[in-house]
Design a protein around this ligand. Sequence first.
Ligand SMILES: *[C@@H]1O[C@H](CO)[C@@H](O)[C@H](O)[C@H]1NC(C)=O
Ligand SMILES: *[C@@H]1O[C@H](CO)[C@@H](O)[C@H](O)[C@H]1NC(C)=O
Ligand SMILES: *[C@@H]1O[C@H](CO)[C@@H](O)[C@H](O)[C@H]1NC(C)=O
Ligand SMILES: *[C@@H]1O[C@H](CO)[C@@H](O)[C@H](O)[C@H]1NC(C)=O
Ligand SMILES: *[C@@H]1O[C@H](CO)[C@@H](O)[C@H](O)[C@H]1NC(C)=O
Ligand SMILES: *[C@@H]1O[C@H](CO)[C@@H](O)[C@H](O)[C@H]1NC(C)=O
Length: 291
Amino acid sequence: MATLKEKRTCGQRCEDFGHFVWNSDNGTLMGRTPEKWVYISLYYVAFYVVMTGLFSLAIWVLMYTLCPYAPDYQDRLKSPGVMVWPDTYGEEDVEITYNTSDKASWMKMANILHSFLKPYNDTMQTECNRYNCTQGKYFIQNTFSAPHHTKWACPFKQSMLGQCSGLEDPTFGYNSTMPCVIIKMNRIINFLPSNHTNHPPYVNCTILEGQNNVDKIEYFPERGIMDLSYFPYYGKLAQPTYANPLVAVRFNLVREKQAKIQCRAVSDKISYENIHDPYEGKVVFYLKAVK
Ligand SMILES: *[C@@H]1O[C@H](CO)[C@@H](O)[C@H](O)[C@H]1NC(C)=O
Ligand SMILES: *[C@@H]1O[C@H](CO)[C@@H](O)[C@H](O)[C@H]1NC(C)=O
Ligand SMILES: *[C@@H]1O[C@H](CO)[C@@H](O)[C@H](O)[C@H]1NC(C)=O
Ligand SMILES: *[C@@H]1O[C@H](CO)[C@@H](O)[C@H](O)[C@H]1NC(C)=O
Ligand SMILES: *[C@@H]1O[C@H](CO)[C@@H](O)[C@H](O)[C@H]1NC(C)=O
Ligand SMILES: *[C@@H]1O[C@H](CO)[C@@H](O)[C@H](O)[C@H]1NC(C)=O
């Protein structure tokens, strides 16, 4: 202890340090013999090699267990949202207002629907989705048997929307007071809409305001059914040609020709009373025809 407290000059300290770096008396470098330094270096090289190995192994295991075809975490969405086309917004809500005697006005609506339906073109659907689907049953696929290691998807053709397909009437009824709207349910990976295998979801539209102004509601396909063969959806990579099933609804507007309408996707696994998400399971819109 006494030696430590001894007062030393700066020159002595420098000399001490020099001795520490290279001590010629016992041949040590920074207090260790070169031989020891070699061992220490080898130890650290081995240590980092092992660490790198462990790290790579962990990454590899993680990547191996991730399925490239579906996002792993998607507990946010349990029940699908519902949307309506033409998607023309007013101040806040969807407001489908058109003028039957103004061609530009109804052409705008018809054009929105035509471009929305482009992916459902019959020719394209027939070519891209060649699988013969069995209607009325879930299309469960555990293998990737479609071309390019993917899964099959069932065709949904524009013509399945009948009088609202835009094929017979390219105006979709917007040149008159019988306009069509198209209802689409958002996709949720692996979602099965019903517990019971024989119970498909369907769209049910009800008039919230202006009951007297709607004479008739028609659904295409019949009864507004979304066939079970379109479920489950396996994700964009697994099912690149997937087409959402659609439901078109035609309203016969009379008297004041305006109404507030709610269209709901009905099924035991589709909830619709989420106050935080007004579009969950249903969509509300205003429909108004002027002259
Ligand atoms: C509808 O369009 C016609 C023809 O362009 C026009 O005369 C009429 O004022 C329009 N109606 C409304 C309510 O804007
Ligand atoms: C569908 O696509 C075919 C071929 O591209 C085209 O000839 C046809 O006009 C399209 N049909 C509609 C309704 O757009
Ligand atoms: C689907 O059915 C049609 C007629 O029944 C047949 O010609 C076609 O080859 C079938 N396609 C597949 C992929 O099985
Ligand atoms: C609307 O257009 C369709 C198809 O072009 C036509 O058959 C129908 O007569 C038109 N309706 C009116 C009210 O102009
Ligand atoms: C679905 O079926 C299971 C078993 O049959 C039942 O326990 C469950 O309550 C059903 N869920 C709904 C939402 O109907
Ligand atoms: C549609 O909804 C209305 C109102 O909730 C209900 O009265 C009606 O029975 C429903 N229709 C079908 C086919 O479920």
